[in-house]
Design a protein around this ligand. Structure first.
Ligand SMILES: NC(=O)c1ccc[n+]([C@@H]2O[C@H](COP(=O)([O-])OP(=O)(O)OC[C@H]3O[C@@H](n4cnc5c(N)ncnc54)[C@H](OP(=O)(O)O)[C@@H]3O)[C@@H](O)[C@H]2O)c1
Length: 256
């Protein structure tokens, strides 16, 4: 069973004039990792969720590199990044994280539901049931868990944007990735339906990131994945787009 989230706080100082607090799931590698580093570099506060304890330290070090000198005499108020050990499949762990975030006074302005997984390329009937469950539990129920526990906090604040990372395969179909396609079509449907329930001040958006050279792309494209842009090249555009979302985007299906 996934463990309860342990929040490892890195105390930091300085930052942009009006930094946003952005929670990103699945930030151990790939798009999530590149996105949190880009957001931190721009002076925003990140709540980083990953499920690899070993990667917590290295990510903390990298976040520190984008932080003004902690010993500076600057009068800027201190702020904190959180690096939380979280498996999005665990509803109880997400609930615990939401509690910790409230206690720290850091209800996110933006949540990016990025954590995701894909089945090994295979005909649908050759995908083991456990693998199908893993894809649905992560890509669909993981997002549901986060929205279940964080939307009430945002509703209370009358403010917040949730970005559900979808895929081109949430709007089209391909052979050998049926579980993944099914999960991303579900992300699109979940997003559009929840959008109709939100009160003023909030928005939920489905965002296809494009095609980027990550472990996931290598899994489905093989060596051709290397022909595509790196997460580091992708992150500035993605961060800009995500930071610019407004309530006008509620229910939209967009692409970086
Ligand atoms: N790359 C593309 O071209 C592309 C295209 C369309 C959509 N997307 C979507 O973009 C998102 C990021 O994909 P990526 O390409 O960066 O994939 P990736 O390199 O495989 O990274 C996936 C990330 O999700 C995390 N994760 C997986 N299961 C998790 C769980 N149960 N709880 C918490 N974290 C979990 C992984 O953590 P671990 O290290 O612990 O496994 C990793 O950090 C996904 O939603 C994917 O579907 C990507």
């Amino acid at each position: 069973m996934p463990t309860a989230p342990a929040v490892i706080a890195a105390g930091l100082k300085g930052g942009a004039a009006s930094p946003k607090t952005v929670l990103v799931t699945g930030a151990s590698r790939g798009l999530g990792r590149a996105l949190v580093l880009e957001l931190a570099k721009r002076g925003h506060v990140v709540i980083v969720c990953l499920r690899s304890a070993e990667k917590v330290k290295s990510l903390e070090s990298e976040l520190m590199a984008f932080t003004p000198n902690a010993s500076s005499s600057s009068a800027a108020p201190p702020f904190k990044h959180f690096v939380a050990d979280l498996d999005v499949r665990s509803d109880s762990s997400v609930k615990e994280l939401a509690k910790l975030v409230v206690e720290s006074g850091r209800v996110p302005d933006i949540i990016v539901n990025n954590a995701g997984t894909i089945n090994k390329n295979n005909k649908f009937w050759q995908v083991p049931a456990e693998e199908f469950d893993m894809v649905i539990d992560t890509n669909v129920k993981g997002i549901a868990n986060i929205m279940r526990h964080f939307l009430p906090l945002m509703i209370e604040k009358k403010h917040g944007i949730i970005v559900n990372i979808s895929s081109g395969w949430g709007r089209s179909a391909a052979a050998e990735v049926a579980p993944y396609c099914a999960s991303k079509w579900a992300v699109e449907g979940l997003t559009k339906s929840v959008a109709k329930e939100l009160p003023p001040g909030l928005a939920v958006v489905a965002l296809s990131p494009g095609v980027i050279n990550t472990d996931m792309l290598t899994s489905c494209f093989g060596s051709s994945a290397a022909l595509y842009q790196t997460p580091e090249n992708w992150a500035p555009n993605a961060a800009q787009m995500i930071l610019n979302f407004t309530v006008e985007d509620n229910g939209a299906s967009l692409t970086v």
